[in-house]
Design a protein around this ligand. Structure first.
Ligand SMILES: Cc1ncc(COP(=O)(O)O)c(C=O)c1O
Length: 359
């Protein structure tokens, strides 16, 4: 039997996410935090308590967690929707609103993969030479294709930079609802600002603009601040948007262990803040040191990783791995580029030393 015959054409050309575990001594490939945000004792008690009730389904509304996150984001709980990672919320957004889906490239690959999986049209606009939004081309494409959804990852993965705020704002404004009761003739797009790496950036979050622009949606995640294994992401938007996306959300998408453990971890704000501060200061040190190394060009970053160019990038990647240092090969996406996640001070020192050796 030829299974291929049964597969939808848009799925046939997709490739499964490559989640191979590559053995290494220093793992700096996946933009994770090097620190677990779990404070052992409290989380263990909470875990133990929840293990007793695993025969029950989790709270489908994730009421306590959403309440806590709403406080964190300074919005109301009805403005927050929980996801099994923010990538699930990207899935829900495209399922709910459909395409065309517009985003700059290179960017987080899931916007394109999910659009294709759901058979929605993709509009990819190349970033300019500074990895910033090409605003002319973007505006032209918005007028031409009228995308339902626009995804802007700022800071952007894998380039690391924030896009110019004025450019993001221009996109939000020109595609926004009219608030003066003049109907919705001006609606052209919902703009999703993906703030997965916002905690590492000096730029302001777009969260305070949610009240003003009803077409604005923010994505956030706990994955980059030490809880990637829990799979928890959040969509923050006006209630009308939340209510629509909630229709496609699977009722028990976030399990009870993740809900309970996250609540405990998020109580320890001081610890979380100190990890973020350490990552930012290590990113600065890594960048300074990488700038001094002949043969590579690091790009400034507002995130927890650094993109860099090397003449023989694939060779550098392989030789680093031979010596136990795993980073991400980005050469398929940006010519001659590799991406290294900021680790602990010790891990970063090993990376720098090994990089000098292999070069
Ligand atoms: C820009 C961006 N958005 C979203 C995600 C997905 O995060 P999560 O682990 O919450 O699914 C990532 C993960 O790398 C990312 O880089």
């Amino acid at each position: 039997m030829d299974i291929q015959k049964f597969v939808k054409p848009n799925i046939r050309s997709l490739r499964a996410y490559h989640a191979e575990e590559i053995p290494c001594k220093v793992k700096l490939d996946a933009n994770e935090s090097p620190y677990s945000a779990i404070s052992n004792q409290r989380s263990a008690i909470s875990l133990e308590k929840n293990l007793q009730t695993l025969n029950r389904y989790p709270d489908p509304q994730a009421t306590s967690l959403r309440k806590l996150m709403a406080k964190e984001f300074r919005v109301k709980p009805q403005n927050v929707l929980h996801g099994n990672g923010s990538d699930e919320l990207i899935y829900y957004l495209i399922t709910t609103f459909g395409g065309p889906v517009l985003y700059p490239v290179p960017t987080f690959s899931r916007y394109g993969i999910i659009s294709q999986a759901l058979d929605e049209k993709k509009i990819e606009i190349p970033l300019d030479k500074d990895f910033d939004i090409d605003i002319e081309k973007t505006m032209t494409s918005i007028k031409k294709y009228r995308p339902k959804l626009i995804f802007l990852s700022s800071p952007n993965n894998p380039t690391g930079n924030c896009f110019t705020s004025d450019k993001i704002l221009k996109i939000i404004k020109t595609t926004s609802f009219s608030k003066q009761g003049r109907g919705d003739s001006r609606i052209s797009s919902l703009v999703v600002v993906d703030e997965a790496y916002q905690s590492f950036s000096n730029e302001k979050s777009f969260m305070p603009l949610l009240d003003k622009y009803r077409n604005l949606i923010i994505l956030n995640t706990l994955s980059k601040i030490g809880l990637a294994g829990l799979r928890l992401g959040f969509l923050i938007a006006n209630e009308e948007i939340i209510n629509e996306v909630n229709k496609v959300r699977l009722p028990f998408n976030v399990n009870s262990i993740s809900q309970a453990v996250a609540i405990e971890a998020l109580k320890n704000k001081k610890k979380l803040r100190s990890y973020i501060t350490s990552i930012i200061s290590e990113r600065k040190r890594l960048f300074r040191e990488m700038e001094k190394i002949d043969g590579i060009t690091p790009y400034p970053s507002d995130a927890n990783f650094i993109l860099f160019r090397a003449a023989d990038a694939v060779g550098v990647y392989k030789r680093l791995l031979e010596k136990g240092v795993l980073i991400r090969n980005m050469t398929r996406v940006i010519e001659n580029c590799l991406r290294v996640t900021v680790g602990t001070p010790g891990e970063n020192t090993v990376f720098l030393k090994t990089l000098k050796q292999v070069l």
